[in-house]
Design a protein around this ligand. Structure first.
Ligand code: E4P
Length: 217
């Protein structure tokens, strides 16, 4: 499963990229607002840090203006992935852009039928929002299971990008189901490294090592 980080903050992206485990970045208008940075500038900077796809979202609601915005965004760098909402105009835009070889992430997916439409529109990624689904009394992971089943039934090439990830259990469940990608805030990715027994084990080994009086280098 690929790991994307869901942020427009440069420092955590650099930190995660340095682990060698980061496969891409997702942003959205809210994350750009939170960063306080200029959209074009920060997107260009992020694209220079990671080799993988960096999602940048259009804000227009009609196909024609979405295409114009996508034209501007895709000039930022070769690894820009255009993010479009799961609407009729969004999917028209998706079809036109992917037909041209541009990567497209169809976002704000909340049903398996919507995911089916995104795949038929040739999306590179579809982003089902599991956390927001949970918040509204549904089980976000059931949605991922349904999309996996449908995509496997028809061998769709669209990658399932689990979004709105809130905790490490979302990551674990996504991997068990066989999602292709998950995008999570930096803290959730850092939490994946942690286990109390790993920390305790290191403490014990270091104590005993110090008692030997030896050194490796
Ligand atoms: C995905 O691409 C979105 O940016 C994101 O995962 C939304 O997450 P939220 O529900 O925590 O805002």
């Amino acid at each position: 499963m690929k790991f994307f980080v869901d942020t427009a903050e440069i420092e955590p992206i650099k930190e995660l990229a340095a682990t060698g485990l980061l496969d891409g970045v997702t942003t959205n208008p809210s994350l750009i607002h939170k960063s306080g940075r200029d959209f074009m500038e920060v997107t260009k900077e992020i694209c220079g840090i990671v080799d993988g796809p960096v999602s940048a979202e259009v804000v227009a609601l009609d196909h024609e203006t979405m295409m114009k915005e996508a034209e501007v965004l895709r000039k930022i760098a070769d690894n820009v992935c255009i993010k479009v909402p799961l609407t009729v105009d969004g999917l028209k835009t998706c079809k036109a852009l992917t037909g041209d070889g541009t990567m497209v992430n169809v976002t704000l997916c909340f049903s398996a039928n919507q995911a089916l439409l995104a795949a038929k529109a040739g999306a590179t990624f579809v982003s089902p929002f599991v956390g927001r689904h949970d918040d509204n009394g549904f089980d976000g992971m059931d949605l991922i299971e349904d999309i996996r089943l449908i995509y496997d039934n028809y061998n769709f090439g669209t990658e399932i990008l689990v979004a709105s990830v809130r905790h490490v259990t979302h990551v674990l469940e996504s991997a068990k189901i066989g999602a292709d990608v998950m995008t999570a805030p930096p803290k959730v990715i850092m939490d994946l490294f942690k286990h109390v027994l790993t920390e305790k084990g290191i403490e014990g080994f270091l104590k005993d090592w110090a008692a030997t009086g030896q050194s490796i280098i």
